[in-house]
Design a protein around this ligand. Sequence first.
Ligand SMILES: N[C@@H](CCC(=O)N[C@@H](CS)C(=O)NCC(=O)O)C(=O)O
Length: 220
Amino acid sequence: MKLELVIGNKNYSSWSMRPWVLLRQAEIPFQEIQLKFAQDVSVIGIEKYSPTRKVPVLLVDGEPVWDTLAICETAAELFPQNHLWPQEARARRVARSVCAEMHSGFQALRSRMPMNIRRRYPGKGLTAESQKDINRVVELWTDCRERFGGPGNFLFGRFSIADAFFAPVVMRFHTYGVTVPSLAQAYCEAVQGLAAVREWCDAARGETEFVAADEPYATR
Ligand SMILES: N[C@@H](CCC(=O)N[C@@H](CS)C(=O)NCC(=O)O)C(=O)O
């Protein structure tokens, strides 16, 4: 079976980061097809891969699976031995819930603090609404770590889809200097220490494309 993952800019594309980190950290082989978004989406040839004209898309033997949640569910189904969801049923239900919550929520955090791995904007984007989202993220991480973390460093002990879903949030907290309680900070450090996250971030720092829509705080 041939897996190809179509992604956007590593510096900006938080949705692309999730399945990429998941597959890479789980050591599931795939070929990367990167489309570098610049100012004009129409010029990058996305329509060739993506029915929604958005990334990420996973091509399974050339057939597109689009939207992050569907991609991660597909990976879990294709590679059951990798245990991409937690193995215990109750933990798995909660893991699915937090991923769905991430997928459909946190609008203020996403719009006020867009992912921008190579830049530092401490204090920017903090509004009453984004603070509410941050508080909910911390509450959710704390609940998962306390109830399901056990001896592991991740939300459900060992690395799972849930950690891939929150990796871009960890990177946002880093960029915007968001301070969180020690348990959440330790979790952020564990995520940033993942080999796949480090690899993604190294590549992001090397990118030079500037996408104005993702750069509300740039001065140039
Ligand atoms: N719900 C989608 C969101 C995908 C999405 O918005 N991707 C952005 C990049 S991070 C994109 O392709 N934007 C291009 C556009 O909207 O034209 C998912 O989970 O995959």
